[in-house]
Design a protein around this ligand. Structure first.
Ligand code: NAD
Length: 488
């Protein structure tokens, strides 16, 4: 039995602790297909005991893993990347069945995951310190980077496969060991599948561990992470709401925290933009994975001269996206993850319409299949346009502007600062605005969702801190100063 068998018939899954699949308690919870509620898996419902065993295994494995020669570590990461490539068809199907991912979104994640594994494979060879000058004659000072110890990871359900790789492999590439607590909405593609791949690749027992838990039971596992002295860092990807709860605990426990949170991700379409290019960028940016990605575009500011052409073109492009069962390779828009997600989008659309917004397209659903929705003329007090809270679904707000400086100011009038984009034929003008837009990522002439494994993803303000890619060396290592002086 493999984890991806769940794409065809329900399976029972266990925790992965110290190199073994283990399920001592026997308690389970159902994981269901968001399209039709069909059973995908009975997953092990863990708690304190499993989390303690996992942290103990990661702690015991740490010294040997931290000391492993770069060549050995490199080989393991390269093997894992090859397994991801080899198994991609089964992984794509599981992502559709467990998380509602279209083929396009699943393939996008697999490409990024394999590329990141291959890049991380070489990091063990990069310089890891400096020799510094001292004012004391005869003193030599060195600064080196050392792994932290056990890094405890929380993964979200959306973009589950790629984001869980980020949670495991970035800390592990720098010599840390990991315990991951996947989202209860998608435990198979947000952690258990990774354990299976890492085990097959030959990673030593204890270097990665996964504990799953029933809905509403996350804190029993999290308690152990905060209480355990072996856990040196909490690596969290999820909502700012949860991050605030965990952040208070991390503060009390003095644990380092890496936070990858939500965004509002505006796009500015300037008056000299290529409208067709802008429509493509916004279609992909706003509606990939039915708008359930942290970097999805939530609002577009369009130069008034282009507004009507842009809105009409975007609406007809979006209406052509096939909505349905994501195991159909032509489907682009699959189901929202759960009823809460549907209620959020429905409520926000209703709120905007009640206040006088215009519905350009969408606003309808069939079960959890919610049609891509575009609103214009949205009053500034409607929740979906304020930028204070991401609407995690296929809802896009479009607003015309006369003054690009005003649009720039409005676009960053949000607590978030993850990604943004500017569409213009004038590269210098685009770069000037990009420099002045306060966000972790600003693309000129690319969607807010544009991603490459080599480029650091991460936010500013309430979108968190921490970066993926090699820059995560700052997050998952600590600096050590050593000096040697001559005796007089
Ligand atoms: P979430 O905050 O509900 O859950 C994230 C993780 O925290 C899950 O593992 C969940 O089980 C756990 N959790 C939730 N409540 C908890 C509690 N009280 N104690 C301990 N653990 C708890 O987020 P989600 O709905 O799974 O993911 C969607 C959110 O993640 C969106 O806000 C999205 O923007 C954000 N996100 C950000 C990035 C990024 O890279 N910046 C990437 C993906 C998702």
């Amino acid at each position: 039995m493999t984890i991806t068998d769940a794409a065809h018939a329900p399976i029972a899954t266990s925790h992965f602790i110290d190199g073994r699949w283990s399920d001592a308690s026997g308690a389970t919870f159902p994981v269901r297909n968001p399209l039709d509620d069909a059973l995908v898996a009975d997953a092990a419902a863990g708690g304190r005991a499993e989390a303690e065993a996992a942290v103990a295994a990661a702690s015991a494995a740490f010294p040997a893993w931290a000391a492993l020669p770069p060549a050995r570590r490199q080989q393991l990461f390269l093997t894992a990347a090859d397994i991801v490539d080899r198994r991609q068809e089964e992984i794509i199907r599981l992502m559709a069945v467990e998380g509602g991912s279209s083929r396009a979104f699943a393939a996008f994640q697999i490409r990024l995951s394999a590329a990141m594994l291959r890049q991380a494979a070489g990091w063990g060879y990069l310089p890891y310190g400096d020799v510094l000058r001292s004012d004391v004659p005869g003193r030599t000072a060195t600064v080196t980077r050392a792994p932290l110890g056990v890094v405890a990871g929380f993964t979200p359900w959306n973009g589950a496969f790629y984001l869980a790789w980020r949670t495991f492999l970035l800390p592990m590439a720098f010599g840390n060991t990991t315990v991951v607590k996947p989202s209860e909405e998608a435990p198979l593609t947000a952690g258990l599948l990774h354990a299976e791949i890492l085990a097959e690749a030959g990673f030593p027992p204890g270097t990665f561990n996964v504990v799953t838990h029933a809905p509403g039971e996350a804190s029993a596992v999290a308690d152990v992470f905060f209480e355990s002295p072996a856990v040196r860092c909490i690596n969290f990807t999820g909502s700012d709401r949860t991050a605030r709860i965990l952040g208070e605990r991390a503060g009390r426990a003095l644990k380092r925290m890496v936070l990858e949170l939500g965004g509002f991700n505006p796009v500015l379409v300037l008056d000299d933009a290529d409208v067709e290019e802008a429509i493509e960028a916004v279609t992909f940016g706003a509606f990939l994975h039915q708008g359930q990605v942290c970097m999805n575009t939530r609002k577009v500011y369009v130069a008034r001269a282009l507004h009507d052409e842009f809105v009409a073109g975007l609406a007809s492009r979006v209406d052509a996206l096939k909505v349905g069962d994501p195991t159909d390779p032509e489907v682009v828009i699959g189901p929202l993850i759960n009823d809460r997600a549907v209620a959020q989008v429905e409520g926000r659309v209703r709120d905007a319409l009640d206040r006088g917004a215009t519905l350009v397209t969408g606003g309808e659903r069939d079960g959890r299949l919610y049609r891509p929705t575009i609103l214009t003329d949205v009053p500034s007090d409607a929740v979906c346009t304020t930028g204070c809270d991401e609407t995690f679904g296929p809802l896009l707000v479009i607003e015309a502007f006369d003054d690009p400086e005003r649009a720039l100011a409005d676009a960053q009038d949000t607590p978030y600062g993850l990604s943004a984009a500017i569409m213009t034929r004038d590269r210098a003008r685009g770069l000037d605005l990009a420099e002045r837009l306060h966000a972790g990522i600003v693309h000129v002439n690319a969607p807010t969702m544009a991603s490459e494994a080599a480029l650091p993803v991460g936010g500013v303000k309430d979108s968190g801190w921490g970066r993926s890619g090699y820059y995560s060396v700052e997050d998952f290592t600590e600096l050590r100063l050593r000096t040697v002086s001559s005796q007089p």
